[in-house]
Each structure stands twice: as C-alpha cells, then as structure tokens.
Ligand binder design. Structure first.
Ligand code: DHB
Ligand code: FE
Length: 279
C-alpha cells in the first residue's frame, strides 16, 4: 500500500522564481524566506519520497475565467512548465504517474467528487516553485500528480468541501497497491490580496492561528464561509484551501516537523510547514 509520509505546505509567490534565477537566496530581503527550506530538504533526503501529489491552484494557465473546474486532476505522463505572464524563467518538466493519477481519479469520483480529468496539462509557478525550493538542483527525484483547486473565481469550493476532498485523497492514496512513499504538497497563501481597495492586505494573527490549527485542530478553518475567508485572508489568501486539502490527506493526528513564516514576500505573508502523520 502506498504511504503518505507527510505534507509540505508553502507559499508560491512568482517573484521567488526571479530570486532563484538571480541567485538572491542570501540577499537580506530574501534570506528569511529561503532560510526556511534547508530543514525541508533534510527531511526529504531522510524520507525519500517517490511521488509528490501537488495540491495547488492554476492561475489562468490551463483554466481561465471562461472555463473553471472546481477540482481538476492531471493524468499526463509529463507536465511542462509554462509562464502564464509572470516573466519568470521556465523550469525543467516534471514526470507524471498516469497509473496513480487514474487510481486517484477513480477513487475520488467513486466518493462523489466530480473532477475534471486532464490528460494534457501545463503547470505554473504554484506547482514549479515549491518543487524548486525543495529540490534546488531541479533534478526532480519524484513522479508527480497535479491536483488543482479553484481558489481563483467565485464560486469557490467551501473549506468544508476542501477538507473532505483532502480526506478522500488520503484514502485514495492509501488504497493504491504500490509501495510508493508519497508527499502531499499544498501551495499558496498565506494571507494576501493583489487587487482592489484592500490590495496589500495581510493578517498575521489569522495566518499563525491557521498554521497552528493544522496540527492541533485541523478542521478549525472549516467553520468559516468562503466570504469570511476572503475577509480574513484576502482574495488570494484563500489559496490556504490548498493547504487544507493537503492536511486532510493525513488521517488522524499530525505532528509539525518544521515551520517558517515571514512578511512580506512580494505582496504575500509567506508560510511554510512540514507535517508528519502521528503513527
Ligand atoms: C503573488 C502571490 C501569489 O500567490 C501569486 O499567485 C501571484 C503573486 C504576490 O504576492 O506577488
Ligand atoms: Fe497564487
């Protein structure tokens, strides 16, 4: 049986791609952010995952405002990086795992999650930058399965729905007959708002409470409606739903192995966390 060895949740701000390209990891602006990652890399080197199930939101690359699936899962043999307009260099392609993808899709549809299946799919900064932060040599040692959540255009799936999707994703992974070691990543957030009167909005208290809740009371955030989450975390801060799906995949209790939080990276309060299931 495949095993979920943990979750990695992180922000995915496009400017990180520019900082990597220009080697700014030790620049005073960037250092507090990049310094969060060596412990994650040590953990990955010890845990040796075979597969990353990547929970993120597509930012207009595959799905634009005219066609927006609530949940979409990739089932391609390979995923190319394309830059949907953020002006950052594209990264090497990612190996897929079509057999595992189809197993996850069948299992989730069997649990009444009506997914969009994507046999061709490009991936954007929300997928690529967390991978580059975990494996800076960009020689990806894992196969990947993309899981896209609509955090972009109303109506969004509720936090409650995302929590249930994460739980179902955990069951789907656990029922795969292979012996793969799986990391579920969730990217985006934490609080940020890129547009409108509240552009630049950040809510540190809420972010820290959310991060804490993922190990102490993981369904805590499901008490909020989507409108309340937008108010608390910002219009793009609702990307925290991707973190919630990832956490939901761990059955039962989870232990925080590592965390980092830094304001700001571009317009965003950046968060990073590694969780392990408690046996
Ligand atoms: C920023 C953050 C994001 O999550 C994103 O997708 C794009 C931009 C930002 O803070 O600049
Ligand atoms: Fe984003």
């Amino acid at each position: 049986m495949a095993k979920i060895i943990g979750t990695i949740t992180t922000s995915h701000v496009p400017a990180i791609g520019g900082a990597i390209a220009r080697g700014l990891q030790n620049d005073p602006y960037w250092k507090p952010f990049f310094d969060g990652f060596p412990p994650v890399r040590d953990w990955l080197a010890k845990m040796k995952p075979d597969v990353v199930v990547m929970v993120y939101n597509d930012h207009g690359l595959n799905f634009f405002l005219d066609k927006m699936p609530t949940f979409a899962v990739g089932a391609a043999p390979e995923y190319h990086n394309a830059d949907e307009g953020w002006g950052i260099p594209t990264l090497p392609s990612f190996k897929g795992d079509p057999a595992l993808s189809w197993h996850l899709i069948e299992s989730l549809v069997g649990e009444e999650f009506d997914l969009t299946t994507c046999q061709e799919m490009n991936v954007d900064h929300a997928f690529t930058l967390p991978m580059a932060l975990c494996w800076p040599d960009m020689n990806w040692p894992v196969r990947t399965v993309p899981v896209c959540i609509n955090t972009v255009q109303a109506p969004l799936p509720s936090a409650q729905r995302c929590w249930k999707l994460g739980q179902a994703l955990g069951r789907a992974i656990a029922s795969w007959p292979g012996d793969e070691r799986v990391v579920v990543m969730g990217t985006g957030g934490l609080s940020h708002q890129l547009d409108g009167e509240r552009a630049g909005f950040i809510n540190k208290d809420f972010d820290l409470q959310f991060m804490e809740s993922l190990s102490t009371d993981p369904a805590w955030v499901t008490k909020y409606s989507t409108a309340e989450l937008v108010e608390l975390a910002g219009t793009q801060g609702v990307e925290l739903l991707n973190w919630l799906v990832a956490r939901g995949a761990i059955e039962g209790k989870a232990r925080q192995v590592h965390a980092n939080y830094h304001i700001p990276i571009s317009n965003t309060a950046s968060g990073l966390m590694v969780l392990e299931p408690v046996a």
